[in-house]
Design a protein around this ligand. Structure first.
Ligand code: BTN
Length: 450
């Protein structure tokens, strides 16, 4: 594999640029057409652009809200957004794309502020906050580019040459420069991105596009987790679960450095020493979500946050290293008139010394070092990714959560009841374990595992 963007490519690029522009009559959504003029080296609207276009049209009228398009290419998405009444800002590192977007906005009698630049070492060309930030990411990693390069400008629109991945770079820049307005949303199109929660944003797949060659593209929506809800750290408290059961507000989160009267399942005591993780969330208030599904989400959020192959999930939500417990999740409810408030508490042994008296314990520092404050940012994002409900984000996918949990559980083992090993089992709509003989298991402590 040779270096992209080598000086030898410059000559070919100049030749390419002497060709004329292409005319495109773009029809992203029913009865919406735009004429676009696309100069050489500029990314034209393709299936990935259509994915973004359909979602923006689904979001409806912009009503003057601000939208930023990064990597605007021919300007197709910016033009569509402007036509829906968004106040559009757009940028691209390719000056020909900037010119094309400006020209195409004008051609379609629309307005936008288009500047040269993007996410990278140079200062970002905009400083204000945006209600919606969209980016059809260059998603092909350099290793897959082979030797057959297009011109440097086109490569830049396709290749992710960033060492941490452009999605991660984008989210870090948005967080550092505080670019997202209150209740703002981010939409990215690209391959499935791992570890999005580590950047502190909640994320959920909205749409997926599969190609004949096996390529899959995802449209992911990201947002600030449980924005507006209380998010507190206290040096010490009795139990974060008990504290939140007394308070209110969906998504409220409380973490403590020292929990003096931590509660475990079945009335047990949960002891966590300083440096370990203890935190809780109000995950439901007067809601119809079954507590079983909420419990499953707790364990899955921990696995997604810690991402280590040695961590195994035992139904419903114990997390183990070699059969030694490293994390426990406790869902507790309190009635509220007709409904209930559910608090989800998570305790993780990050360092040695914590003990849960009746079983052997493990700690995360056997695998890697992580401090509770850093973990909290990811965990908060992953809990919201699985459980937060808002009308302008993808809807909750409890079935998807159950399927992911089931995959982890199958890796862990097979349930055993009365000496019988059950090779086949599933998780029902309430998050309960359902065995091949029809038995429903509601409590993880009622079964053994083989
Ligand atoms: C278990 O027994 O496995 C569940 C342990 C849950 C412990 C956590 S720590 C934070 C939250 N507050 C509590 O009092 N308990 C939970």
């Amino acid at each position: 594999m040779r270096e992209p963007f080598a000086s030898a490519d410059a000559e070919a690029e100049i030749v390419r640029l002497s060709k004329g522009s292409e005319k495109v009559h773009w029809n992203p959504v029913d009865s919406t057409f735009f004429d676009l003029l696309i100069p050489p080296t500029v990314y034209p609207p393709r299936h990935d652009s259509d994915l973004l276009a359909r979602r923006i049209s689904y979001l409806g009228a912009g009503r003057g809200r601000s939208l930023l398009e990064i990597g605007c290419g021919s300007g197709a998405i910016s033009i569509l957004a402007a036509s829906f009444g968004w106040k559009v800002s757009a940028c691209d590192i390719n000056p020909f794309a900037v010119a094309a977007t400006r020209g195409n906005l004008e051609l379609n009698h629309l307005q936008g502020d288009v500047r040269e630049g993007g996410i990278g070492p140079e200062p970002f060309p905009f400083e204000q906050q945006f209600d919606l930030i969209v980016w059809n990411l260059p998603y092909i990693p350099l290793e897959e580019a082979g030797d057959d390069f297009l011109g440097p400008m086109e490569e830049a629109a396709l290749l992710d040459t960033d060492s941490v991945g452009l999605a991660g770079r984008l989210l870090t820049s948005i967080a550092n420069a505080d670019m997202l307005a209150l209740n703002g949303r981010i939409l990215i199109v690209g391959r499935k991105c791992a570890r999005l929660g580590t950047f502190g944003f909640a994320h959920r797949t909205w749409d997926k596009l599969s190609f004949d060659d096996g390529e899959e593209l995802f449209l992911t929506c990201l947002w600030k987790p449980y924005e507006g809800a209380s998010n507190q750290y206290v040096k010490e408290t009795g139990s974060t679960n008990s504290d939140l059961l007394q308070s209110g507000g969906i998504g409220s989160h409380l973490r403590t450095g020292k929990q003096l009267a931590g509660k475990g399942r079945r009335g047990r005591v949960w002891t966590s020493i300083e440096g370990c993780y203890a935190g809780s969330w109000i995950v439901a208030e007067n809601s119809v979500i079954s507590p079983g599904n909420l419990q499953l989400a707790g364990g899955l959020a921990v696995l997604e946050s810690l991402q280590h192959e040695s961590l195994r999930l035992k139904w419903p939500n114990d997390i183990l290293i070699d059969n030694r417990k490293v994390c426990g999740v406790l869902a507790e409810g309190r009635s509220l008139g007709d409904g209930a408030r559910v608090v989800l508490g998570i305790g993780i042994n990050l360092v040695k010394g914590a003990n849960d008296l009746d079983i052997e314990i493990a700690s995360i520092d056997e695998l890697f070092e992580i401090d509770a404050a850093a973990l909290d940012i990811t965990l908060h994002a992953e809990i919201a990714s699985l459980l937060e409900e808002r009308n302008d984000i993808p809807s909750l996918d409890h079935q998807g959560t159950r399927e992911r949990v089931l995959e982890h559980i199958r890796n862990f083992g097979r349930p055993v009841t009365n000496g019988v090993i059950h090779d086949s089992f599933g998780i029902n709509e309430n998050g309960e374990l359902i065995l091949d003989d029809g038995t429903i298991i509601t409590d993880g402590e009622d079964i053994e595992w083989a």
